[in-house]
Ligand binder design. Structure first.
Ligand SMILES: *Cc1c(COP(=O)(O)O)cnc(C)c1O
Length: 472
């Protein structure tokens, strides 16, 4: 090591000096002394490393302290927190997909802050089954004979394939070998579950005969997968569910469908033409349907498997079931959400209410929000505009959801800057932008969000925390 580097290394302040800075105490109270120490030693380590690699960073206690404060303040404030979704994307996977309905939130609070009947049968005083709280409800709303719930739909597909097709073959159309985002790829899922993938047909056309010809002694199932946000339009065709069901019956195979979103109601009534509900699949003869709890069901993250009882029974006994079982908060929320569907009050489920919101109502809301904000923030301009909203969650990409937004602009700040400031406010507001204006899509706004947007704008116009970056 050369003399120069040795000298510079000596200039790095000692841990003792760093820890004795007066501001440190506040962070120690929040995250503990070892964590504060850890942050300092990371920073020192980084300086040392860059010195040894030949660069010459300025070694300055103030700069080390600023960096440490930035990191500590990030670690000591709440990380997973609510935001205002002003994107108009209803099932926004990055923003947590579905918001729970009020009764689901209440059920989660009650069952998680107290002991519960999670696996306890009150009539016998003996051990019960966690699935029992939702199975009957799921059968009512899907028309299936039996159902089990796991952690998420990816888990539902893995469990089903592992229990029914491990070491054997499953036939899938090439048009359905999709990646669904968040790294859910059908071929990978099949290999994890030990099922051999047999591809049939082409990307745009797969016929019943393609499936029939692929059946061998090793075939255990026919798998149909909802292509989610992928669409082939034009010259395309797929085998009808009824025909695949008949083929499966004739060859003694299981016919399984990964439906993804899993709509439980009459899709047409929600303006979702051409989509099959879970019940449609069951009626068409699908033996096992899997779908997510937090997409079109509007409940908690979960994977539902509904189907023929003999087949569901095989899943219940599989060792993976234990690894994928849902927790009590999920089950409490799912039960409450399913009760809303069964009662016919599905519009109390936020996801369904947002998806079925009509343009006239949205326009009215946009005008009202715009008026309210205009009064309070004269330095910004507000107007209403039409926008394209989306179901999201990889669901129903081609279904147009015409929406309305409040367009915000500022004489000094760019839309990118405004978006950033909204995002970084105390209660973060996630908005979209177009041609220099920020757009607040009103479809996905919740009660109280206008006041939250107001505080965020107040922060921007009063300049709190902007000083350094000004207009950009
Ligand atoms: C969303 C989706 C999945 C993954 O579901 P998760 O609940 O996110 O695990 C799997 N298959 C299809 C067709 C989907 O749309």
């Amino acid at each position: 090591m050369n003399e120069g580097i040795r000298e510079l290394l000596k200039q790095i302040p000692s841990m003792e000096i760093l820890l004795s800075q007066p501001w440190v105490t506040a962070y120690e109270e929040k995250v503990g002394r070892p964590a504060v120490k850890g942050v300092f030693s990371d920073i020192i380590g980084e300086i040392r490393k860059s010195l040894l690699e030949g660069s010459t960073p300025t070694i300055d206690i103030d700069r080390i302290c600023i960096e440490a404060k930035t990191r500590l303040s990030r670690h000591s404030s709440r990380s997973l927190k609510p935001v205002v979704n002003a994107t108009g994307v209803v099932i926004h996977t990055n923003l947590g997909r579905s918001c729970l309905c009020a009764s689901a939130v209440e059920a989660v609070m009650e069952c998680s802050s107290a002991y519960s009947t999670l696996e306890y049968d009150l009539s016998t005083g003996e051990r019960g089954h966690r699935n029992s709280h939702v199975e009957w409800l799921l059968c009512q709303v899907t028309g299936a004979d039996a159902a089990v719930v796991v952690n998420n739909n990816a888990g539902a597909v893995i469990l089903s394939l592992a229990a029914l097709g491990s070491g054997r073959e499953a036939i899938v159309s090439r048009g359905e070998l999709v990646e669904i985002g968040g790294s859910f790829r059908i071929p990978d899922i099949m290999s994890i579950s030990g099922t051999r993938l047999v591809e049939v047909g082409t990307t745009n056309r797969t016929h019943l005969e393609d499936y029939a010809r692929a059946v061998t002694e090793d075939t255990s199932l026919i798998l149909k997968v909802h292509p989610s946000n992928f669409r082939v339009v034009g010259f395309r065709s797929e085998a009808a569910r009824e025909d695949l069901a008949a083929l499966a019956r004739e060859k003694d195979l299981v016919f399984m469908e990964d439906l993804g979103s899993g709509f439980l109601l009459d899709a047409e009534a929600f303006g979702l033409r051409g989509e099959s509900s879970v019940r449609d699949c069951v009626l068409a003869g699908v033996d096992l349907v899997t779908f997510s709890g937090d997409k079109m069901l509007g409940g908690p993250q979960a994977g539902v498997i509904a189907g023929r009882s003999q087949i569901v029974e095989r899943l219940r006994k599989h060792p993976l079931m234990r690894a994928l079982r849902p927790d009590k908060m999920t089950l409490a929320a799912l039960e409450a959400t399913l009760r809303k569907v069964l009662e016919g009050n599905s519009r109390e489920i936020p996801t369904l209410a947002m998806i079925s919101a009509q343009p006239e109502g949205l326009l009215q809301k946009a005008r009202q929000v715009s008026r309210q904000l205009k009064k309070k923030f004269p330095d910004f301009s507000f107007s209403t505009t039409t926008v394209q909203d989306a179901v999201g969650g990889g669901s129903y990409p081609e279904i147009p959801l015409p929406g309305f937004a409040v367009a915000i602009s500022h004489p000094v700040f760019s839309s990118g800057h405004l978006q950033k400031r909204l995002r970084e406010s105390e209660f973060p507001v996630i908005a979209s932008a177009r041609e220099g204006v920020v757009l607040l899509h009103v479809r996905t706004l919740r009660d109280g969000d206008v006041a939250r947007i107001g505080s965020a704008l107040r922060g921007i116009s009063s300049g709190t925390g902007v000083a350094s970056d000004g207009a950009s």
